[in-house]
Design a protein around this ligand. Structure first.
Ligand code: ADP
Ligand code: MG
Length: 493
């Protein structure tokens, strides 16, 4: 496995631990202790009752207890993907089970034991779980149509709530509007509600909190959260598969439609046209539409005027960067949630020096906690200074899947569209698998959304592509060198 391998949310941990591991030597250290085995056996009993036998055998049977210490249960998993898959699919089940069996504060930690082909020696990487917001949970509710037993997928991540959203002057209005809409969706004057502001200031958090709050109050509400990119993708797929009517009907049957980052509709005429009609239909039926954008609607480029004027029918409200007091409040709240009591001078230092976005503040805090808890560093100003310095050095712009596709296609001298084709020709399949693998590594997207960007391939295909490339990386130097070049180009883009 390459050193660049990362986890979506835990790359810092992985990096830290890879070196440690080699020092620890390994084999002898993996003997399970009795308490761990007892706890895990109990957990498995509960899990077995909550998943199908097939899922149990595939995903839980292979997990073995290792040790129990410091309120942390460490279990052994066979691969990085395995661990990631479990986190993505079974986060809440695992969390509930662990807290039921062991206690609310107990943590689960995965130890990945990889059989490396050449040396046959076990490599371990420790990944603490349950420290971060869960991956999107598929929150399901009934469709609301009597007799219709189909499940309706909301795409909401239950982590985002009003309760864990820190309020301040900079988001006061947006918060108030969001809260009002959540109380009476479709019945306020905010139709649509448009929230705009720079990246990392809490737009997604707020609109997802609206959705979660509505679903919590009414399990029958048909709430759908979707990014504009995904909406576009689904529309294109519907055209290709001749299912435009189903697409339109689905969207028009929604009670609360949340579309995130509408700036990406720019220049996509057909999608805009479709969205315009969807919007009108929902509006006419008294349904709620909620939108976010990185700029005020009037500044959006290449967007149909009719659509922009619709956005102005409701309320357009912005979120501003947080002021110092709010940044401090956020650090305080988030560190407490992580179980840390940060000294005031550290909070103040970080809040004074990390000013752009709340996402960055979270990054600084995570970084601080990682260094403190994994490197056994002291919690002092020097550590905070290092963290802040580290942040300003690398401030990489998030890579988009579109950029990855373009770069990979150029590299393999193929047209971009071919990456989405069904072709099984070796060089095309390889390029596609490489693009999927890079998307997995370089973006925060879930396996599912990566799949949807490659002609709706499912999780297992995405997983398979990633595994194929991982295998090539150890067996085929030409793939390894291609991979290294692509990573370099992506980082330097
Ligand atoms: P945006 O969609 O505007 O780019 P996000 O909603 O993704 O920003 O927010 C970035 C991160 O900051 C998320 O992890 C989110 O939970 C957190 N965050 C943003 N605003 C707040 C807030 N007011 N209180 C607590 N956390 C926040
Ligand atoms: Mg967002």
């Amino acid at each position: 496995m390459s050193e660049n391998t990362q986890f979506d949310t835990l790359s810092l941990f992985t990096e830290q631990q890879t070196t440690n591991t080699t020092e620890q030597g390994l084999k002898g250290t993996l003997k399970p202790d009795k308490t761990a085995v007892a706890y895990w056996t109990k957990c498995l009993e509960i899990i077995r009752d909550n998943v199908t036998p097939h899922v149990f055998n595939t995903w839980f049977e292979p997990i073995k207890a290792l040790y129990w210490s410091n309120n942390q249960l460490t279990v052994k998993v066979p691969s990085q993907f395995f661990c990631e898959w479990i986190e993505e699919q079974f986060y809440s089940l695992l969390q509930k089970t662990i807290s039921q069996v062991i206690g609310e504060d107990a943590r689960l930690q995965y130890q990945i034991v990889v059989d490396s082909n050449d040396t046959l020696e076990e490599r371990t990487i420790k990944v603490p779980a349950f420290r971060y917001p869960p991956h999107p949970v598929q929150n399901e509710s009934r469709s609301g149509v009597p007799g219709d037993r189909s499940l309706f997928i909301t795409n909401l991540n239950t982590y985002y709530s009003f309760d864990n959203f820190v309020k301040g002057e900079s988001n006061q209005l947006a918060f108030a509007a969001a809260h009002a809409v959540s109380q009476k969706p479709g019945k306020t004057r905010f139709k649509p509600l448009v929230i705009y502001g720079d990246t990392g200031l809490g737009k997604t958090h707020l609109v997802q909190a609206i959705g979660n709050s509505i679903v919590q109050k009414n399990r029958n509400a048909r709430v759908l959260y979707i990014t504009s990119e995904r909406f576009t993708m689904e529309f294109i797929n519907a055209i290709q598969n001749n299912t435009v009517n189903e697409f339109i009907n689905l969207y028009r049957s929604i009670d609360v439609l949340i579309v995130d980052d509408i700036q990406f509709f720019s220049g996509k005429e057909k999608t805009q046209d479709n969205f315009f009609h969807t919007f009108n239909a929902l509006h006419q039926d008294g349904k709620q539409v909620i939108l976010t954008s990185d700029k005020p609607p009037r500044d959006l480029k290449d967007v149909d005027d009719r659509l922009v004027s619709r956005y102005h029918w409701g309320l357009i409200v912005d979120i501003q960067p947080p002021d110092l007091e709010m940044r401090m409040a956020i650090l305080q709240r988030k560190s407490q949630n992580e179980g840390f009591e940060l000294p005031n001078d550290i909070i103040e230092y970080i809040a004074k020096n990390v000013t752009n976005s709340i996402r960055e503040l979270e990054g600084a805090l995570t970084n601080l906690i990682v260094r403190y808890s994994l490197d056994n560093r002291e919690l002092n100003i020097e550590l905070a200074q290092e963290v802040v310095k580290g942040l300003s050095k690398k401030e990489p712009k998030p890579v988009t899947i579109t950029e990855i596709k373009k770069l990979v296609a150029d590299f393999y001298k193929q047209p971009v569209e071919i990456l989405e084709s069904k072709s099984r020709k070796h060089e095309i399949a390889l390029a596609r698998q490489m693009a999927i693998y890079l998307a997995k590594q370089m973006t925060q997207l879930s396996l599912k959304s990566i799949g949807s960007n490659f002609s709706n391939r499912d999780h297992s295909t995405v997983l398979h592509s990633c595994q194929t490339i991982e295998n090539y990386l150890v067996t085929d130097p030409s793939v390894k060198s291609a991979y290294e070049t692509l990573i370099k180009n992506l980082k330097n883009r």
